[in-house]
Ligand binder design. Structure first.
Ligand SMILES: [Zn+2]
Length: 119
């Protein structure tokens, strides 16, 4: 039996948002996974493990923005300056630049590690 409150204090907790399907695998086995730093509820797909918010404020970075970052890099503009100019975060820009250089640079393992001195 449910309790009913009649002391004038309204229950201010809003109804929980409906659980959206997974954006990666469109699975419906999705659970609540707390909230992000700004308080938006975060969900987690039990099938593929993807964490997501229901309606992200920023979408994926468009190809025009990526092209602008590539041109600014070619002009030797600093990473933080690129982040300021494009409005992208200071964590997204270095990740993108690293991925750019990783795919444009052949893997070079360098010299082998030194073996420990033997007695
Ligand atoms: Zn999924």
């Amino acid at each position: 039996m449910a309790l009913s409150y009649s002391d004038g204090v309204s229950n201010s907790t809003p109804a929980p948002a409906p659980i959206p399907p997974c954006p990666r695998c469109s699975g419906t086995h999705v659970v609540r996974n707390g909230a992000n730093a700004s308080g938006t509820p975060v969900f987690r797909c039990q099938t593929c493990g993807r964490r997501f918010v229901a309606a992200p404020k920023k979408g994926p970075v468009g190809e025009s923005d990526r092209d602008l970052v590539r041109r600014l890099l070619a002009e030797r503009v600093g990473i933080r300056a690129i982040a300021r100019v494009t409005g992208r975060s200071r964590s997204w820009v270095p990740g993108f630049v690293n991925a750019l250089y990783r795919e444009g640079t052949p893997h070079d393992p360098g010299p082998p590690p030194k073996s420990p001195a033997r007695s």
